[in-house]
Design a protein around this ligand. Sequence first.
Ligand code: NAD
Length: 476
Amino acid sequence: MANALAPEAHYNFFSSVERSFDKAAQFTKWEKGILEQIKACNSVYRMRFPVRVGSSIEVIEAYRVQHSHHKLPCKGGIRFSEEVNQDEVMALAALMTYKCAIVNVPFGGAKGGIKINPRNYTPFQLEAITRRYTAELVKKNFIGPGIDVPAPDYGTGEREMSWILDTYMSLRPGEVDGLGCVTGKPIAQGGVRGRKEATGLGVFYGLRELCNVKEDMEKLGLEPGLDGKRVVIQGLGNVGYHAAKYFYEAGSKITCLIEFDGAIYSEKGMNPDEVLKHRQETGSILNFPGSKNLTINMEGLEVDCDILIPAALENVIDADNAPRIKAKIIGEAANGPITPEADEILAKKGVIVVPDMFLNAGGVTVSYFEWLKNLSHVRYGRLGKRFDENMNIHILQVIEDLTGKKVSAQERKFIAHGADEVDLVYSGLEETMYTALHEVREAYMKNPKINDMRTAAYVAAIDKVGASYEQLGIFP
Ligand code: NAD
């Protein structure tokens, strides 16, 4: 176990995670030793390996951190970025431990990083780097379906996950559960349907559930439900677009969309699919028919609305603009969009901030479903779908015979439908976000000294990780 901070770690991200942990830990029942163990980073693997780039050899710096082994395997993305350093990877691994605990995904937290700018390399060179990194992980037993399961993060995607899988399988031939060594794979290589939209859909499910809590809505002066709620979204990328789409379909009004080159506003609301089409045709969301341009994009965050969803960058709400924010609910779809100073200002204003650690956990939740699919070696729905459909048609037939009435062809299709993979993934995600929201809320309500949902989320996470250490005992 190596656990010293890298000399180049300039910004102390890990310490700031520890501070948030300490703030919440005082509201839990765990003794000092258990809290210290939950907080500590268990294993840090810092590696340097040579890769041929063009005519020369480059030494690549990379990391894999396993923050917690309270549940196995560990789980967390791999990022390719020039900013990667040991402190950042440790902090992100710790956040994965708490995120998994909050959404009851039975993994320890981990994170990996390769310190490169992927834009400076050809696909062939990126493949060489990814494969060598995977081989290093295999050598030190830092990857495997029961050990540590990477996933995509900044600068990586399905392509890199395929390379990781292929390298792992060649080094561990015959391993029957080998497909579960990495998630975020293409469907053809053991990926799961529904992963692309998972984070945005999880954001939607989490906020919808909050809006269904009558007493919370009363405190904010809002009606329960999503119908007619005014929603502002920053970032129309993967997470922001999908969140916007589901809110729109649920009857909310998408009144403002914010992108890097400006924002658009419409009191009547906008259809995100039409905005996306407009962007594809013109290169920008600006000048969308029926909307007004806001040339300073950050002004969009301050528009009067019910729900504000930052889904682009970190630190966009700080001590400067927090006093001007008019949203009643802020759903952190992005990681870290609110600074700690802004958090305090918003808490005093009575804004409900739904924290990133819970709200954007849809991705890891569906990764968990992918891993389960890989271990079970069968597509979700394959065994039950036809049986359910035949049974539903039979029941419907009996009801029609008894009543002498017939349902429409459309209703028949809907009632008969048996669950397919994507239906089950959505259903599992909905259940996950629903349960976790209420667990975090319960921690929030239980102690009047907890004045924000972020601290409540940490409390919920610490309680679950603490309980598993208590059950495991301390070895030997
Ligand atoms: P993405 O790259 O698909 O989308 C980001 C969008 O933000 C882009 O449309 C981009 O143009 C826009 N943007 C960039 N700068 C902006 C600015 N200054 N103002 C407004 N918009 C700007 O990324 P994504 O996958 O949607 O991720 C968004 C956030 O959600 C990130 O913080 C990410 O860490 C977090 N997140 C993503 C996932 C996931 O599954 N994709 C999971 C958890 C958390």
